[in-house]
Design a protein around this ligand. Structure first.
Ligand code: URA
Length: 448
């Protein structure tokens, strides 16, 4: 069957057989199918979707296009978390050592920031010396020794996804649920996990702005995991405003260390503990979420979680003094300016995309995959929806490299912050729990 026939069939609403998907991706990997044909097919999928058998076949084809992490020799359950991304989402950084300190092996594989969202790898690399490019063998050895590694996707994992993702990024076909599901799960299933917890973000700063799309994305990924024997659970969490106070790179490391020390903003703590509890239950080291939370609290209060993070920093070449005095070790922005409320009122919205884009404009994020990032810059958000303000109250701190950057970020923050009258509707921070059995709405809303 020619590729043109396959594109035409998908364009007309038909399905490709699993064998056709396998063959197509193998030919694409071998360089026998040009990018323009795969782009056309991605656009046809964007409009027509894929059925379950097609999504399964594409996931398998991308997974099998590369190598997998061999953790079979590790006796402990192997569980990772994946977030669909947002602004201020630093949860992976405290979460991985907390869960590892409770006896679970956590091969945490993260990405770089792209567009308005930040990336865990960029944040980690703001720790002087920290290396995120570990080989699969180094990763397996570190997970066996310390129960945890914080790494990037190596070139060997799902290379077909890497190429297809770059095409989708350039052809406005990222936001297709079947393609996102196959992309994420091909990489996660390559980690040799026994369990996976998905953090699917919803709201203005997320890929999925609508609740029903977020639920559909979660269910599609769960089905892919469960069919391969990887217990998969998803939490839907709010990304209608930035998570926590710190948005940037180095500042998010400092906030993560605060969480590991038992402090940090309440919303970051809650999302971290909620996801961590699911990881411990999926791993089978806790009977239920209540018991799991107690384990996690003990890991933090005893200092075991922070010590696990310190061991990971040392193993990956970073400066361990970051655990004791983050501000002394992490890069600091030369300009620090407080932004003040222009009028009195009640905070209605703190728009995350505008803040994410302002951080990119400051140099703290990237618009192209090959760009570098400035670790020191960022924005500290001091307000939450529902908070009453007097004119002149501090609402944010801008961390900039120069005066022009600071001025631009101040203006952007002014656009992101909506002050009005009355209490806005409050959103639930962790709104739904989704498993193979169904969707459970969690009690809320939660005032932050
Ligand atoms: N993250 C991925 O890894 N793939 C997607 O398609 C979207 C987000």
């Amino acid at each position: 069957m020619s590729v043109v026939d396959l594109i035409e069939r998908k364009r007309n609403g038909g399905a490709l057989t699993p064998a056709e998907w396998r063959d197509l991706m193998a030919r694409y990997g071998a360089g026998d199918v040009p990018d323009y044909q795969l782009s056309a097919l991605a656009m046809a999928v964007y409009f027509r979707g894929m059925d379950d058998a097609e999504i399964e076949a594409l996931t398998t084809a991308m997974l099998e296009s590369g190598r997998t992490l061999d953790l079979a020799g590790i006796a402990a359950p192997r569980v990772d978390k994946h977030s669909t991304g947002g602004v201020g989402d630093k949860v992976s950084i405290p979460l991985a050592p907390m869960v590892a300190a409770c006896g679970v092996a956590v091969p945490m594989m993260s990405g770089r920031g792209l567009g308005h969202t930040g990336g865990t790898l960029d944040k980690l690399e703001s720790i002087p010396g920290f290396r995120t490019r570990l080989t699969l063998e180094e990763t397996a050895a570190q997970v066996a020794r310390l129960g945890c590694a914080l790494i990037g996707q190596t070139a060997e994992i799902a290379p077909a996804d890497r190429r297809l993702y770059a095409l989708r990024d350039a052809t406005a076909t990222v936001e297709a649920i079947p393609l996102i599901s196959a992309s994420i799960m091909s990489k996660k299933l390559a980690e040799g996990l026994t369990g996976l917890v998905l953090d699917v973000k919803t709201g203005a700063g997320a890929f999925m702005t609508r609740l029903e799309d977020a639920i559909r994305l979660a269910r599609t990924m769960i089905a892919l995991g469960e069919r391969r024997g990887c217990r998969t659970v998803a939490l839907l969490t709010d990304m209608d405003q930035p998570l926590g106070v710190a948005c940037g790179n180095a500042v998010e490391i400092a906030e993560s260390i605060a969480v590991l020390r038992g402090g940090g903003p309440a919303d970051v703590r809650e999302v971290t503990f909620a996801l961590g509890a699911e990881m411990l239950v999926v791993a089978g080291v806790a009977r239920d979420r209540e018991e799991a939370r107690a384990h996690l609290h003990r890991a933090v209060e005893s200092g075991a979680a922070l010590e696990r993070f310190r061991a990971v920093v040392v193993a990956q070449g970073g400066d361990p003094r970051v655990c004791d005095a983050p501000e002394a070790v992490l890069p600091q922005a030369p300009i620090r300016e407080i932004v003040r409320a222009e009028r009195a009122g009640v905070v209605q919205r703190v728009e995350p995309r505008t803040i994410g884009r302002a951080i990119v404009a400051l140099g703290g994020g990237r618009t192209r995959v090959e760009d570098g990032v400035d670790a020191a810059v960022g924005i500290l958000v001091h307000v939450r929806p529902g908070q009453a303000l007097a004119a002149g109250d501090p609402v944010a701190t801008v961390l900039a490299r120069d005066a022009a950057g600071a001025a631009e970020a101040r203006t952007a923050f002014g656009r992101a912050l909506v002050i009005g009258e009355g209490i806005p509707p409050m959103r639930s921070l962790v709104s739904h729990r989704i498993t193979g059995q169904g969707v459970e709405e969690l009690p809320g809303p939660v005032q932050r």
